[in-house]
Design a protein around this ligand. Structure first.
Ligand code: ADP
Ligand code: MG
Length: 255
């Protein structure tokens, strides 16, 4: 059977909605049985930190992947999680947003580097920065599908229409395959009526594009991040671990 790497951009231009948390924990959950690469495309480097990659280990990473500097084949490094490799956010990454503006084939840089990995990975997840600039554009051009974390909070759906329009534009201009691969409801709190309202609203707007799995607000998830490890390693019995494993099941099932 022909091997196809499935590439997902984890994107939402709003900050603090659970992009990085979802990228780390979904990647770790998918890595139970598949070869996964996580690309940290946010200059803040939270995904790299959340997987325990120290600043001394970030000399080469996503900047080199985007600017196609040096040997891009050696950029994915193993993480502490079996089957999970990472391209860390290096110190230069913040500058790439500006440098790309005048670069050749500036929208296709990341796509070309990731395509170069051939069949090395089954899944590639790209953790996007909280903006719709050149870095996120590179992720959308590289990806097959966008995973959108939606925080169960006030104004959650505002801004999503802008993201959907951006995805449509990228599909027409650069990447005819691109589509919304799913919307993940994050930080769901069953004691808070608002969470339920946002979830119901999202489902009425986006139908079955919204994953069944609700990611609960769970302190173990944020604790795990500060320990530099995914929640299913930090506390396998937590509700957060169970939720991200269930989400991975849905992602695998969506073909
Ligand atoms: P983004 O990448 O969209 O900016 P993050 O994934 O960094 O958002 O999440 C923002 C903050 O919320 C982080 O401190 C993270 O630990 C916390 N957080 C995210 N998801 C959960 C959750 N399900 N339960 C508890 N805390 C969470
Ligand atoms: Mg983030």
């Amino acid at each position: 059977m022909e091997h196809k790497t499935r590439i997902f951009a984890v994107a939402n231009q709003k900050g603090g909605v659970g992009k990085t948390t979802t990228a780390i924990n979904l990647a770790a959950a998918l890595a139970q049985g598949a070869r996964v690469l996580l690309v940290d495309l946010d200059p803040q480097g939270n995904a790299s930190t959340g997987l325990g990659i120290g600043y001394d280990q970030r000399q080469t990473g996503t900047y080199s992947a985007i600017m196609q500097e040096g040997d891009t084949a050696s950029l994915p490094r193993p993480s502490t999680v079996e089957n999970l490799s990472v391209i860390a956010a290096d110190n230069e990454l913040a500058g790439a947003e500006i440098e790309l503006i005048t670069a050749d084939r500036r929208e296709y840089r990341l796509r070309e580097t990731l395509r170069g990995y051939g069949t090395r990975f089954d899944y590639i997840l790209i953790d996007c920065p909280p903006s719709l600039g050149m870095l996120t554009l590179n992720a959308l051009v590289a990806a097959d599908a966008v995973l959108v974390p939606l925080q169960c909070e006030f104004f959650a759906l505002e801004g999503i229409s802008q993201l959907v329009r951006t995805v449509d534009r990228v599909r027409r201009a650069f990447n005819s395959d691109l589509h919304i691969g799913g919307i993940a409801l994050t930080m769901y709190d069953r004691r808070n009526n608002l969470s339920e309202l946002v979830a119901a609203d999202a489902r009425s707007f986006f139908g079955d594009q919204v994953f069944e799995t609700l990611i609960p607000r769970n302190i173990r998830i944020s604790e795990a991040q500060s320990h530099g490890t995914p929640v299913m390693v930090y506390d396998p019995k937590s509700s957060g671990a169970a939720a991200y494993l269930a989400l991975a099941g849905e992602v695998k099932g969506r073909g």
